[in-house]
Ligand binder design. Structure first.
Ligand SMILES: Cc1cc2nc3c(=O)[nH]c(=O)nc-3n(C[C@H](O)[C@H](O)[C@H](O)COP(=O)(O)OP(=O)(O)OC[C@H]3O[C@@H](n4cnc5c(N)ncnc54)[C@H](O)[C@@H]3O)c2cc1C
Ligand code: SF4
Ligand code: SF4
Ligand code: SF4
Length: 386
């Protein structure tokens, strides 16, 4: 029976919940840091061990090497997507074949969760990175049901969600294509809820939408944009405490510091990432609009990628996609002050926004000025190229 004694040993994928034949496992939010963990009921458990055998942490898969890699941009999607807009193009190709798409959405109540779509309109809200762990609900069982009925499925998610799904399903069906995103870690839904409440208090209105990667000031120096009815608030991501602490690796799930699914252990067919090495790899696309680095991990993945309607697709070395990107090779280190940060959030009456601000490490002034200068140059370049 699954029992989480060390929180670093659970990435929250929900494979165990879906695999339990007597449905005795539920996900519960932990009060300390606001992440969800499985809790099994020993009175119902029949001791079959299914939960442990499908767990990507307890029974990790062997690493696989990516076959090839591509720099890709889809002009019609790039503006509304976080990187080069490859995900919507993959989704379109699968929908055209009658398939169903699973991906992360932000619900109107600002809860991130996985949803399904079989029209392009429904795929819209899956676009864009949501920097909070998405609730998987009963998605793994739903995917299994579609595959059983002979429907093609495209599942997108973090490497650990893909790893859990693959372990839960066992044999890989020909109708399933899994796409993961390069991932250095995720903050939890508990902290996100506290931050939404804090922003709503500051702005005196309900948050109606959020874009974690608004590209209006460029892809590299993106903004964090929230809306409160008619009012939009757009700040540089580095100046927003939620985003800054995410990038400082302060607020990530404990399992992210020893990620069980990176380095080819998710067994996804494709991996999508930001091609941060664009300057050296494809300088012709260095216009700050966004480029995807796509790792092809299987023949099926390669076939799907090559079938999409891309404006630019060029094979590049796998190492170039992984370069300058914290989402690949090794897990990030846990910041020294992480425990102190979460402890401070528990103090009664704490001002969440101010508390978070206290832990943001500002870059030295010359570095900030240089960044601002580069950002202005990029905007001018984008305007000239339009
Ligand atoms: C938590 C997180 C951490 C990331 N870290 C890195 C990194 O270190 N390096 C890097 O290169 N890229 C990282 N990315 C991925 C990157 O930001 C892009 O999402 C990815 O390249 C796809 O871009 P796109 O333009 O093709 O698709 P888009 O149109 O932007 O589609 C977004 C895709 O991401 C999925 N997605 C969005 N939010 C979540 C979520 N919370 N959980 C699961 N799936 C989600 C959607 O289902 C969809 O498939 C991260 C993304 C997330 C969500
Ligand atoms: S051992 Fe079997 S019955 Fe018990 S929690 Fe795990 S999957 Fe459920
Ligand atoms: S990693 Fe996934 S399968 Fe393992 S215990 Fe956590 S939720 Fe369950
Ligand atoms: S870093 Fe690893 S454990 Fe953390 S969310 Fe990403 S894939 Fe999951």
């Amino acid at each position: 029976m699954i029992q989480i004694t060390d929180k670093a040993m659970c990435c929250g994928c929900t494979a165990c919940v879906n695999a339990c034949p007597v449905q005795c496992i539920v996900m519960r939010r932990d009060k300390d840091e606001g992440f969800d963990y499985p809790v099994a009921n020993p009175d119902i458990c029949i001791g079959c061990g299914r939960c442990e055998s499908v767990c990507p942490v307890l029974a990790p898969a062997q690493p696989c090497k990516s076959v090839t890699a591509y720099a890709v941009r889809c002009d019609s999607n790039v503006g509304g997507s976080s990187s080069g807009g490859v995900f919507p193009a993959l989704a379109k190709a699968v929908i055209d074949e009658g398939g169903v798409i699973f991906g992360a959405v932000m619900e109107p109540d600002m809860i991130a969760g996985h949803a399904e779509a079989d029209t392009l309109e429904e795929v819209e809200r899956m676009r864009g990175s949501k920097y909070v762990q998405s609730d998987m609900y009963s998605v793994m069982s739903d995917v299994k049901e579609y595959l059983k009925n002979g429907r093609k499925v495209l599942f997108t998610g973090t490497p650990c969600q893909v790893a859990g799904l693959n372990k839960y399903l066992g044999a890989h069906s020909e109708d399933l294509i899994t796409v993961d995103i390069a991932c250095h870690g995720v903050p939890g839904p508990g902290l996100w809820k506290m931050y939404v409440d804090a922003l709503e208090k500051r702005h005196g209105a309900r948050m109606t939408s959020v874009d974690f990667r608004d590209k209006s000031k460029g892809w590299r120096h993106y903004c964090f944009k929230t809306s409160y009815g008619q009012k939009d608030v757009c700040v540089k991501a580095v100046d927003d405490p939620y985003m800054a602490l995410f990038m400082q690796d302060m607020t990530l799930r404990p399992s992210c510091y020893s990620c069980p699914a990176r380095n080819g252990r998710s067994h996804s067919d494709l991996t999508l990432s930001d091609l941060w090495s664009v300057r050296n790899t494809v300088p012709e696309l260095n216009d700050d609009r966004g480029v995807s680095g796509v790792l092809v991990n299987s023949a099926v993945g390669g076939e799907l990628l090559r079938s999409i309607d891309a404006s630019f697709m060029k094979e590049v070395p796998v190492d170039n996609v992984m370069a300058e990107n914290g989402g690949f090779a090794v897990s990030v280190a846990m910041p020294e002050k992480r425990a102190e940060f979460f402890e401070g959030l528990k103090v009664a009456g704490v001002d969440v926004y101010k508390h978070m601000m206290r832990y943001v490490v500002r870059k030295p002034l010359p570095q900030r000025m240089w960044r601002s200068f580069r950002s202005t140059l990029s905007s001018m370049k984008r305007r000239i190229l339009k």
